[in-house]
Design a protein around this ligand. Structure first.
Ligand code: AMP
Length: 191
């Protein structure tokens, strides 16, 4: 099974990705987590992207694609995966399409979590206190939201046109949203 989870920053993608991944026995792969780990470990990649992430911009497609392709080649991803936070640009969509096609794979569904923007910003500020993420200050959060609207929102239309999009309300208690997500996926995928 090959799935995507999309939605604005702070919509709860990561939390729900973990639930879906566990439910279907596939790895939930977050480019954001991979990037944060690289920064923590001070790798060459981490040094290159540190500022971009802190400011809420997007990591260049070329670097992002390299990271994703490498991750998808790992053993645990050979029977399926859920991508969280990728693709985020039209170029990434095209690259993912080629990558899938090269292996004779296809996407099964794209979950899109919708959320009230102001509520999200408040939620992210709260998360900033708990997780101490460098990109969770108000200015960066607003910038991330803007970049999301500009570059990633249009991707929803692409997947909607392909009949893959499952749009769900991401607001509410975590368990409530999880139930909504798993029920919708079961309905769509028949398992
Ligand atoms: P996330 O944890 O998904 O919110 O990602 C955190 C940050 O990592 C984003 O604000 C971007 O700076 C960067 N990032 C994550 N995924 C991507 C991607 N697919 N393309 C470009 N930048 C990304």
């Amino acid at each position: 099974m090959r799935l995507l989870i999309m939605g604005p920053p702070g919509a709860g993608k990561g939390t729900q990705a973990a639930v879906i991944g566990e439910h279907y026995g596939i790895p939930a792969i977050s480019t954001g987590n991979i990037f944060r780990l690289a920064i923590t470990n001070r790798t060459k990649l981490g040094e290159r992207i540190k500022r971009i992430i802190a400011e809420g911009g997007y990591v260049p497609d070329s670097l992002t694609l390299k990271v994703v392709v490498e991750r998808l080649e790992e053993d645990d991803a050979k029977d399926g995966w859920l991508l969280d936070g990728f693709p985020r640009t039209l170029r990434q969509v095209t690259a993912l399409d080629s990558e899938l096609e090269a292996h004779g794979f296809h996407l099964d569904a794209v979950v899109s979590l919708t959320a009230d923007e102001e509520a999200i910003i408040q939620r992210m500020l709260k998360r900033a206190e708990i997780e101490n993420r460098p990109d969770d200050n108000e200015e960066t959060i607003r910038n991330r939201m803007e970049v999301y609207h500009e570059q990633t929102d249009p991707l929803l239309d692409v997947y909607r046109e392909r009949g893959l999009l499952i749009e769900l309300d991401g607001m509410g208690a975590v368990e409530e949203v999880s139930q909504r997500v798993l029920a919708a996926l079961a309905d769509r995928l028949g398992r």
